[in-house]
Ligand binder design. Structure first.
Ligand code: ADP
Length: 673
């Protein structure tokens, strides 16, 4: 900053005419009457004329103009004199002034300028008071003059810079002071007092006139403030009311949501209950079916056994015909019971969970052996082909796979009158640890109409065709197959055309095995479910009674008779015990080679008796005696229970005599010698 300029600003006389006014340094608002006009004697003087009600908006415009001026370098690195003409200012809020003053200070600093002195022209007393306070804030020295002309006079006379306002003595009467005090009191305590009443007390020339004016202005401001406060209070009240309403709505909503949640909870509870009920109903149904099947199996066993034995006696033609009819019907009945039991097993989730490894080619050979006879009887070809890349050994559920294939092939044979039944096993996909195979059973039979396809695969549906009626069946076979295929991870599909034939097919994923299993071991997966009409083999009669003795433990006399007749037929010697206790007594006396044990008996049942026999060891004559369960309880669980108690094998009633013979051959192999 050029400090030498201090006190020397007017090197020569400064006049208003020397001032440069540029259009971009001014503005005027016709609406509000605000005007702002700047002029400069470069590096020396900065004059501003302003007027009207100057509020924040006008101040912002004014600041923009200030910026423009300083950028124009008319005031730079200098000390200058400032003149501000306030004669026409009606109002200017403090905020506006602060903003303006701050900007001016900032620009002065930025452009290294300093107003040495500021002449304020035409300021009211109130304005003067405020500006005096303000002077320290804006770090400026103010000199109050009446007109711009006077300001120039002072500048040029050189007095201005050291100008001090002279104090004139003022004379005020006691009455005037009292009136003034009263007015102040009114203002303090009477909110409706209007200061304009000052006119009643003093005239404009009076020394107190300015004070009244100040009070009047302050009072007006106060009223405005009060008005604003009242409005704000009202707004707050409204906002509060609104928030209360909102709160109420919110709590209502919350209540609604809670109610809905409660209802939802109740619904969930009901659903859970319904599910539990449905599950227990389904379990009850399965149990009922299992029981029913048990009850039916027992007498059916007698009918089957006795019919077989009867047919083996000399009969005349008519008797032979009657006995054969009985046999066909009982076989159908037997199939029905087996299917129902299978289905109830599947439904009640009693399927085997563990997978076993098996040889797919062996399995197919077995199927072929079982069914080739049925096919040949109808002059049908039965072709089974397994594609080369299909691995021998797989991990899965061979029992269920075999049952599905048997069901499908039996149906194919049943509903085909000429042609070929083709069974194909192909590799569908292969990954590092999984092999998916496609199985298909195709026939050249009667076919299935398009609209019946879906139905057929569902439960218990039979087509109402003469063929179905002619061939008989339970309508359960496909339902069981569908479920078993699903259990193994596939889906049973059907392609068919009426009079051309049907193809049932499915794809099943198998885990790859690391170790190959022993092949052709028929105990690896014996059938827990009976298949349709596979047990039609003749059995060769035995020439003479065999050496080893069998103990039959059975309480039901009819069953005793059937079993004894069968054993005798097979040339075995047999004794009877009516329950577990009798059996143990007998075993203590005679070294039986084999015990055939019923499960449900009075006094001591088959399981308990077996445990006891195994526990007794040497206390019985033949500690190695084989024990075989012979029961109408046909579930896998029953079978496991028997083996766990110490039994060696399990045969389900009803059975055909050849099954019994196979079983006895297995457990008494030395007997033929
Ligand atoms: P079932 O054979 O014991 O009646 P299924 O569930 O095995 O019961 O079969 C249901 C019905 O589906 C059969 O009665 C028959 O109408 C029809 N069906 C099944 N397989 C074939 C097939 N290969 N060709 C024509 N119809 C079939």
């Amino acid at each position: 900053m050029n400090s030498s300029a201090k006190n020397n600003v007017p090197e020569c006389s400064l006049t208003l005419e020397m001032v440069e006014f540029r259009p971009e340094w001014q503005f005027e608002e016709s609406k509000t009457g605000v005007f702002y006009k700047n002029g400069v004697i470069p590096g020396k003087l900065f004059i501003t004329f302003l007027g009207g009600n100057i509020q924040l908006d006008s101040a912002k415009k004014a600041i923009d103009i200030l910026e423009t001026m300083f950028k124009g370098n008319v005031l730079n690195n200098c000390e200058y004199i400032r003149i501000a003409d306030y004669t026409d200012v009606t109002k200017a809020s403090i905020n506006t002034r602060m903003l303006y003053a701050n900007s001016l200070n900032r620009l002065n600093e930025e452009y290294h300028c300093r107003p040495v002195i500021t002449y304020i022209c035409g300021a009211s007393l109130l304005l003067k008071t405020m500006l005096r306070l303000f002077a320290s804030y804006v770090k400026q020295k103010f000199i109050f003059v009446k007109t711009v002309h006077e300001a120039f006079e002072l500048i040029n006379s050189g007095k201005g810079l050291n100008f001090a306002e002279t104090n004139h003595p003022i004379t005020i009467t006691q009455e005037e002071i009292d009136n003034f005090a009263a007015t102040c009191g009114h203002i303090l305590f009477d909110e409706f007092y209007i200061v304009d009443e000052k006119q009643n007390f003093v005239s404009p020339g009076h020394p107190l006139y300015d004070l009244y004016t100040i009070i009047s202005l302050l009072n007006n401001d106060l009223k405005e403030l009060q008005k604003t406060e009242k409005e704000q209070k009202q707004k707050i009240e409204e906002a509060l009311n609104n928030s209360r309403i909102l709160n109420k709505k919110l709590s209502e909503e919350k209540k609604n949501v809670e109610e809905k949640e409660q209802i939802q909870q109740i619904l969930i509870e009901n659903l859970k209950k319904a599910r539990i009920e449905a599950e227990s109903a389904s379990k009850a149904k399965s149990e009922f079916l299992a029981n029913m099947s048990h009850e039916i199996r027992t007498p059916l066993h007698a009918v089957i056994g006795m019919t077989e034995l009867l047919l083996d006696t000399p009969l005349n033609g008519e008797q032979q015909h009657f006995a054969e009819t009985i046999q066909i019907s009982t076989r159908q009945l037997y199939q029905l019971i087996s299917d129902i039991l299978d289905f109830s097993k599947i439904e009640s989730g009693q399927l085997e969970k563990e997978q076993t490894s098996f040889n797919i080619r062996t399995l197919c050979n077995e199927i072929s052996t079982l069914l080739i006879g049925n096919a040949l009887k109808k002059n049908l070809k039965l072709e089974i082909s397994i594609a080369e890349p299909v691995p021998d050994t797989l991990n899965g559920y061979p029992v269920y796979l075999k049952q599905v294939l048997l069901n499908l092939i039996q149906n194919a044979i049943k509903f085909t009158y000429q042609g070929t039944i083709t069974i194909k096993v192909k590799l569908e996909t292969e990954s590092a640890d999984e092999t998916s195979l496609r199985f298909s059973v195709k026939d050249t039979g009667i076919g299935i109409p398009e609209e019946k396809k879906e139905l057929i695969i569902q439960r218990f549906t039979q087509l109402d065709s003469s063929a179905t009626r002619k061939e008989g069946g339970t309508g359960l076979g496909l339902a069981i197959s569908t479920q078993l295929v699903e259990y193994m991870g596939g889906k049973l599909n059907l392609d068919s055309k009426v009079d051309e034939g049907s193809e049932f097919w499915f794809v099943i994923p198998f885990q790859k095995t690391v170790n190959a299993i022993e092949e052709n071991n028929d105990t690896a997966y014996s059938m827990p479910f009976k298949t349709k009409e596979t047990e039609n083999k003749d059995y060769p009669g035995q020439a003479s009674s065999k050496g080893e003795k069998i103990l039959l433990v059975e309480d039901n006399t009819t069953n005793q008779q059937v079993a004894v007749a069968m054993f005798t037929k097979l040339r075995y010697k047999v004794d009877i015990a009516a329950n577990g206790i009798e059996a143990i007594d007998a075993l203590k006396k005679i070294p039986y080679a084999l015990v055939v044990m019923d499960l449900q008996m009075p006094l001591m049942d088959g399981i308990e008796a077996t445990r006891e026999i195994r526990r007794m060891g040497n206390e019985i004559m033949n500690p190695d005696v084989r024990i075989i369960a012979m029961t109408a309880n046909a579930t896998e669980e029953d079978r496991k229970k028997c083996l766990k108690a110490g039994m060696n094998d399990f045969i389900t009633k009803p059975f055909f005599i050849h099954s019994l013979r196979e079983l006895l051959d297995k457990w008494l192999p030395n007997n033929n010698t």
